[in-house]
Ligand binder design. Structure first.
Ligand code: FES
Length: 107
């Protein structure tokens, strides 16, 4: 049986009126909501290398660079972009949608 994901309202889109990285906890999930230009990304706030927070990471051209050791992840796919680490997993990416003025995440 297929289980459909349910959209959950996270925050008002008007809260994302500039480039920003917001940290949020929802149901014990540590999330980062990232706005870069016209793009919005929602990722789990956990580096695929040693699991540290990505909140202090540098966002650039649809990627985030972990502030700990420099792993770079694609914000659309979660895949690592610099193959520097053999033991690095992709980061978790969440799908989302706009619903009126709300950003909703699919969990
Ligand atoms: S913990 Fe992020 S690169 Fe090492």
């Amino acid at each position: 049986m297929t289980k459909f994901k349910t959209p959950i309202p996270l925050l008002a889109l008007s809260d994302l009126n500039k480039d920003i990285t917001l940290s949020m906890v929802y149901n014990e999930l540590n999330l980062l909501i990232i706005k870069e230009g016209k793009n919005i990304f929602i990722i789990e706030d956990r580096c695929g290398h040693f699991g540290v927070s990505l909140q202090a990471g540098k966002v650039s051209n649809g990627t985030i660079r972990c502030s700990a050791h420099g792993a770079v992840f694609d914000l659309l796919t979660g895949k690592i972009q610099n193959n520097f680490f053999d033991d690095c997993e992709p980061i978790k990416i969440y799908q989302w949608r706009k619903n009126n003025d709300w950003l909703e995440i699919f969990l």
